[in-house]
Design a protein around this ligand. Structure first.
Ligand SMILES: Nc1ncnc2c1ncn2[C@@H]1O[C@H](COP(=O)(O)OP(=O)(O)O)[C@@H](O)[C@H]1O
Ligand SMILES: CC(=O)OP(=O)(O)O
Ligand SMILES: [Mg+2]
Length: 405
């Protein structure tokens, strides 16, 4: 196979992250981000790694279709546009794959229909993923387009963890169960954590804490997911940037019956106006830290609620796993916020969990241990790389197809 490059598109609700990689040596040729899509202040930042050039575009980018066309133009300026014969495939992050997709999948009409059918259970994500796929298909109809699903890693969850305690017939009819998300990240980070410990993934139990704007925790036993905090949709579980995470479902009835809110209003409230943002008006952990340092009580309470929930999940997954070899922090908050890591594990020495202050304060892009020497449970910071993982899975699948396996 001569074409060895893979373009990865990670389309979020208001952003597109992308990378162009050469899979002969898994090197990055270009990386970029389009953010605040749909607003007046959209921004595209593109870096060509071979030349070291970085270019920025500021100004409105109306939708994901326009964003992808702008990305294609930037890549073309580097001489590695979407028309390049060296491109072997385009890999797409797709957030919800339901029960159907347990593996990376070459996208055809049937796959598109299924991703579309799942929009009601991933309203912030699947529509953006679909636009990314359709635009890329229009630009390169001859090229294999591969979907890598956030849900795939979680399909190993036992029924005891995946099912809600509601009437079985109804749950089956409407496919109401816990699917889990951020699976590409959880898979990558749990494997990298085993590598950091110098052990095989099959031999270690890891609690992975993916703390970004969306946040989720996963219990991984011997490389396989046995429980995860997100559910039917990416709303359940931890306190997030703008999502509430767990709450008594009766809150919804109450807001509707007593508060007079419509279901759509409650949906928007819980997904977009809750979490850290709902509690204190900011969803960025850096800003919350700044406000706490100034003595802001509201920011402090929001932080305490975030940490309390996180701690509960660490304890819960400790119990689910029985034996824990490592706790790994990842994603924007997990990788950068030492104060979140320290607070989440404070007081858990009885479980063998502790953070070494000096190690925790070190910044850097490498996977590293932050627990003290001789700790019973390793604590690690492991930068996630969803794009690299998607590229590897995409290339493996396309290579397999071209060999006719
Ligand atoms: N230096 C930092 N300190 C604390 N939090 C940070 C820092 N850098 C980024 N973050 C947090 O990371 C979040 C974004 O994480 P990311 O994994 O990129 O999220 P997503 O992929 O969901 O957009 C931001 O909202 C911000 O709160
Ligand atoms: C599923 C999910 O929450 O993704 P993100 O964190 O990218 O919003
Ligand atoms: Mg993310």
């Amino acid at each position: 196979m001569n074409a060895t490059r893979v373009l990865v598109l990670n389309s979020g609700s208001s952003s597109v992250k992308y990378q162009l990689l050469d899979m002969r040596d898994a090197s990055r040729l270009a990386v970029g981000l389009v953010e605040r899509i749909g607003e007046q202040t959209s921004r595209l930042k593109h870096t060509c790694l071979s030349s070291g050039d970085t270019r920025e575009q500021n100004g409105p980018i109306a939708d994901h279709d326009a964003a992808l066309k702008a990305v294609a133009e930037e890549l073309a300026k580097d001489g590695s546009g979407l028309d390049s014969p060296e491109l072997a495939a385009i890999g797409h992050r797709v957030v919800h794959g339901g029960m159907f997709f347990t593996e990376p999948t070459v996208i055809d009409d049937a796959v598109l229909t299924e991703i579309e059918r799942l929009i009601p259970v991933a309203p912030l994500h699947n529509p953006a993923n679909l636009t990314g796929i359709r635009t890329a298909m229009a630009l390169r109809p001859d090229l294999p387009q591969v979907a890598v699903f956030d849900t795939a890693f979680h399909t190993t969850m036992p029924e005891s963890a995946a099912r809600y305690a509601i009437e079985t017939k109804l749950a089956d009819r409407y496919r109401v169960r816990r699917y889990g998300f951020h699976g590409t990240s959880h898979a990558y980070v749990s494997r990298e954590t085993a590598r950091l410990l110098g052990r095989a993934p099959e031999d270690v139990n890891v609690i992975v804490l993916h703390l970004g704007n969306g946040a989720s925790a996963t219990a991984v036993r011997g490389g396989k997911c046995v429980d995860t905090s997100m559910g039917l949709t990416p709303l359940e579980g931890l306190v997030m940037g703008t999502r509430s995470g767990d709450l008594d479902p009766a809150v919804i009835f109450h807001l509707q019956r007593v508060g007079g809110m419509s279901m759509d209003e409650i949906d928007t409230l819980l997904n977009k106006r809750s979490g850290l943002f709902g509690l204190c008006g900011d969803n960025d952990m850096r800003e919350i830290r700044r406000r706490m340092d100034e003595g802001d009580e509201q920011a402090r309470l929001a932080f305490d609620i975030y940490i309390h929930r996180l701690k509960k999940y660490i304890g819960a997954y400790y119990a689910v796993l029985g034996t824990v070899d490592a706790v790994a922090f990842t994603a924007g908050v997990g990788e950068n916020a030492d104060f979140v890591r320290a607070a989440a594990l404070a007081g858990l020495e009885g479980l063998g969990l502790a953070v070494d202050g000096a190690r925790n304060a070190v910044r850097g892009g490498e996977a590293r241990l932050i627990s003290p020497d001789g700790a019973r449970v390793a604590v690690a910071v492991v930068p996630t790389d969803e794009e690299m993982e998607i590229a590897s899975q995409t290339y493996a699948l396309v290579g397999k197809d071209s060999r006719g396996n």
